[in-house]
Design a protein around this ligand. Sequence first.
Ligand SMILES: C[S@@+](CC[C@H](N)C(=O)[O-])C[C@H]1O[C@@H](n2cnc3c(N)ncnc32)[C@H](O)[C@@H]1O
Length: 241
Amino acid sequence: MKINILTLFPEFFNSFKEHSIVKRAVEREQVEINIVNIRDFAEGRHRQCDDIPFGGGAGMVMKPEPLMKAIDSVGGLVLYTSPQGKKFNQEMAVEMSSLEEITIIAGHYEGIDERVVESKVDMEVSLGDFVLTGGELPAMVISDAIIRLVPGVIKKESYENDSFFNGLLDYPHYTRPAEYEGLKVPDVLMSGHHKNIDEWRLKQSLKRTYLRRRELLKNREFTKLEKKLMEEIKREVENDI
Ligand SMILES: C[S@@+](CC[C@H](N)C(=O)[O-])C[C@H]1O[C@@H](n2cnc3c(N)ncnc32)[C@H](O)[C@@H]1O
């Protein structure tokens, strides 16, 4: 998969490409991250990429010509990171991870000229209801969420149990030592009994989702086992266990 990121600040991405799972995915050629400097497409001595807003007001606006030329130099689904966009989630990450190429535009200042959005952008994507200085961090966040889902990048079992993947929050994790300053790991996890461990984990996932994000359970088609566990959970919650 190829991810093009269009930015005025390419150096933001140096560390992103050079660490951990993203680095490994790039080295194994599972993913290509192509950082495009929008300024390379600007003309004139100063390669100006922003200008004052028509109609007046504070701040600068990213000019259409260099940005449109930068978009035309790459391909795939074009996303614009914007607080006004559709809120990014795991479902979108899963869908995008199966695409061959995507392009993410990192905005800056007051944003980009609206004509670019109207003529070149397929989807505006937001990280949430807050305003960041620029689209570089959102571009990294979106890329990271997608890259770990690209086939072969991490083990399927790793992301299949992650929060949201199957509509539930993840279960709690523990590692050695089995006891630290009196804090113990649940006995079942050390029992070696895989069926019991799986059931315990499923129950923890259901319970966390029920307590923290109940809306995720609204349209769930519960299995027989899940129904039984939910009854136990509701009883426990009622009795404050
Ligand atoms: C200061 S913001 C511009 C905000 C814009 N004036 C507005 O209120 O909608 C500059 C850039 O940061 C990025 N950005 C800011 N907040 C974001 C968010 N919540 N999600 C995604 N991108 C965001 C966008 O690329 C945006 O063009």
